[in-house]
Design a protein around this ligand. Structure first.
Ligand SMILES: [Zn+2]
Length: 439
């Protein structure tokens, strides 16, 4: 782990003490909800835990999250670790939240159908600005089991050739995607607000107008619709589904089914979990999942290949295109690489771009090792950067505890906190699309 994360490690340790003092237990969770343990661990320890068969996944700097019940916690303690229950706690809902429309859940979060209707409505209301695309299918839809199309919207003040799925159209492109991890609830809502800000703001907001006059903005608000259906099926107790709904490997139950779509991309695939029930199960092969295929097909359709094939080949300073994949949580801006602890050949440029994003949201900029503390192969942003040279980062939205923390922040946090913090970063990403490596 790099030295700059040490202060975060200290903060994380403080959080553990607080959590212990608050006496959080798993007892309040619904019976089918997986229990998460926060475990202070170095990157090397995280690797060792995964190798020993623990279900290790995202955590804050200097910690990992391990999925399992009391027996898993006892095994961790026996190995000398100090697991504490961590915040996937359901926040108390305002009284009126229980009477919201059927296309929302857990106090206002939108269902997949609501997102689909939103894209249709925006395209209908702003034909000069918005174009909706079906870019592929969810696993269930591909299997003929219901499911959804994976949908994208392209926003720009349309001139000839704009938003036509072309690598050679004139305007530079910013690609925002959200909720590839279904339970990371706030992220799809941020995509929703970004779409509305641009489409509704064009007429009155000089920044929105400037962006759409000069840039193609592509948004996939729900990258994992089958997973979000599972989450929403919990209503006021959302299910903590992270992966897609592919259950063909068998042996998994509840929210353990599925492939982690953010470990399934084709670039440097293969370094993550082969255990079907793991939260970071990478799938049977690179790009095996239809949702992954849809996202990669879209990226290849709109961005030319601008980078060489070697790990140390930098994207040229003239390369265009920005990409942000929204995750939660951790208050991080994660720059490449994911698949290796080595920094990318555009590292200095990424740190400058990341600092500009951070000027808006205040998140910590760094590589995996410097932020979350673990490697990640087969991520979407490693693909768009590694294959295409697009300046690609992960945002981990929100903190680890409190009303607006964890996987399940209260819905009102979207407008009180997450959107005000991140709107400026998304504006920066759109403005940087013309020359992201010259910021
Ligand atoms: Zn995530």
């Amino acid at each position: 782990m790099a030295s700059r994360s040490l202060s975060r490690l200290a903060l994380a340790a403080t959080g553990v003490v607080l959590s212990a003092l608050l006496g959080g237990t798993a007892a309040a969770q619904p019976a089918d909800t997986p229990v998460f343990w926060r475990v202070p661990a170095t990157a090397a320890q995280a690797h060792a835990l995964a190798a020993a068969g623990f279900d290790v996944e995202e955590g804050d700097a200097g910690t990992v999250s391990v999925v399992g019940g009391q027996a898993v916690a006892n095994r961790l303690r026996a190995l000398g670790y100090r697991p504490t229950f961590f915040d996937t706690v359901y926040k108390e809902l305002p009284a009126q939240a229980n009477s919201l429309a059927a296309d929302t859940f857990y106090g206002g979060y939108r269902t997949v159908t609501a997102h689909e209707n939103h894209l249709t409505a925006v395209a209908a209301a702003h034909p000069d600005l918005a174009t909706k695309y079906t870019i592929g299918q969810s696993w269930k839809k591909a299997q003929g089991q219901g499911g959804h199309d994976v949908q994208a919207i392209c926003l720009t003040k349309k001139q000839t050739g704009d938003c036509t799925l072309s690598t050679t159209s004139k305007k530079p492109k910013f690609f925002l995607m959200a909720q590839i991890h279904a339970r990371e609830l706030s992220t799809g809502e941020l995509a929703w607000r970004w779409i509305d800000y641009l489409a509704d703001g064009y007429a009155t907001d000089a920044t929105a107008k400037s962006i759409l006059d000069t840039t193609e903005v592509w948004v996939v608000p729900i990258s994992n619709p089958d997973g979000v259906d599972i989450v929403a099926s919990g209503g006021n107790s959302p299910k903590l589904q992270r992966k897609n709904a592919n259950n063909t490997r068998g042996g998994c139950s509840g929210t353990n089914i599925g492939v982690d779509l953010n470990r399934n991309s084709t670039f440097k695939w293969g370094g993550d979990s082969n255990s079907a029930c793991s939260e970071t199960y990478q799938g049977v092969s690179a790009g095996s999942e239809p949702e992954t295929q849809a996202l990669e097909k879209l990226a290849r359709a709109i961005f030319p290949d601008q980078r060489g094939t070697g790990n140390n080949d930098p994207a040229p300073s003239t390369a265009k295109g920005t990409m942000i994949t929204l995750h939660s949580y951790g208050n991080d801006i994660i720059i490449p690489w994911g698949f290796t602890q080595a920094t990318s050949p555009n590292d200095a440029q990424y740190r400058r771009l990341g600092a500009k994003y951070s000027a808006s949201n205040g998140y910590l900029v760094g590589t995996n090792e410097e932020t979350v503390g673990y490697d990640t192969s087969g991520t979407t942003d490693d693909f768009t950067y590694g294959e295409l040279g697009v300046a690609s980062v992960t945002f981990e939205v929100g903190g680890s505890s409190g009303t607006c923390g964890g996987f399940l922040p209260r819905y009102t946090c979207v407008d009180s906190t997450f959107w005000p913090k991140n709107k400026g970063a998304l504006v920066t990403a759109a403005k940087a699309a013309a020359a992201p490596y010259q910021q």
